[in-house]
Design a protein around this ligand. Structure first.
Ligand SMILES: N[C@H](CCC[C@H](N)C(=O)O)C(=O)O
Length: 274
């Protein structure tokens, strides 16, 4: 099976083109390729395929094999893959995901015809979803973690996110606290967790603990959820740069229409065959 490894802000996935390859058990394949010692090494697996409703489809799996409904960093990589590998000449692509159709806008360098950045309409930020969280509208909700009260804000971007504003995120024991929150019974499908330091109104610094993959260098949906949580708790503007371990993402929330936009780059790392 042929694959390509791509990364966006250091969030790396193995990409398989279903127009050419067949994948029978994506959950097993994701666990196998993601392993950084016994596999290729990635945060998960992404499958690119045909679609009846949108132009193409994207499916994403975490490193533990669980399926994620949406992935902002992978969606940008898929845009670059589709254009540069010749599957489309469109610069506006409707990508169908488990959380609905997302619209991608590619910025292409006319000199070399390479995709320099991708802007995605990530859709609505949702504050209550009984499938994802048992308490509606958790804004600065005092969650008890390890016997300590920790104010959390819940935002779904199609997938669940818990946002925590705090100082000193560099020193945080994210393995411990991230995993504890991921598995809280409040979140029936587990949750992604973002730790945010507010630099100023338009600059956030973030570390992320991803459901099913552990700490990753970036999370697009997480950056969107964090900006929205920052706005509703009065900490930042509706447009901000989010600095992650693996790069910077630009996020904008059109509050009137409740549409969140994510912009950032995407890169090929290598091609391989297993
Ligand atoms: N890294 C991804 C999100 C993966 C989410 C996944 N961990 C889940 O919801 O289970 C992003 O850029 O949006």
């Amino acid at each position: 099976m042929k694959f390509e490894k791509m990364q966006a802000a250091g969030n790396d996935y193995i990409y398989v083109n279903l127009f050419e390859e067949q994948v029978d058990d994506p959950e097993v394949l994701s666990r196998r390729v993601s392993d950084r010692h016994f596999g290729v090494g990635s945060d998960g697996l992404v499958l690119i395929g045909p679609d009846e409703e949108g132009d193409f489809s994207m499916k994403m799996y975490n490193a533990d094999g669980s399926e994620g409904a949406m992935c902002g960093n992978a969606a940008r990589c898929v845009g670059k893959y589709l254009y540069e590998r010749g599957l489309t000449t469109k610069k506006e692509i409707a990508l169908n995901t488990k959380s609905g159709i997302k619209y991608l806008l590619l910025t292409v360098n006319p000199q070399n015809n390479k995709v320099e950045s991708v802007r995605i309409n990530m859709g609505k930020a949702i504050f209550s979803d009984s499938n994802l969280v048992t308490i509606p509208e958790m804004v600065n909700y005092p969650l008890s973690v390890n016997g300590k009260e920790c104010p959390i804000t819940f935002v779904s971007m199609g997938n669940p996110h818990v946002v925590i504003f705090m100082d000193g995120i560099d020193k945080l024991d994210i393995e411990k606290i991230g995993s504890l929150i991921e598995h809280q019974p409040l979140f029936p499908q587990r949750t992604n967790v973002e730790f945010i330091e507010v630099i100023d109104q338009s600059h956030l610094k973030m570390r992320v603990w991803e459901r099913g993959s552990g700490e990753t260098l970036a999370c697009g949906t997480g950056a969107c959820a964090s900006l929205v949580a920052g706005v509703i708790t009065g900490r930042c503007d509706t447009k901000a740069s989010v600095q992650l371990k693996g790069g910077v993402l630009e996020i904008e929330w059109d509050r009137d229409d409740n549409q969140v936009y994510l912009t950032g780059d995407a890169h090929f790392v290598f091609k391989g065959e297993i």
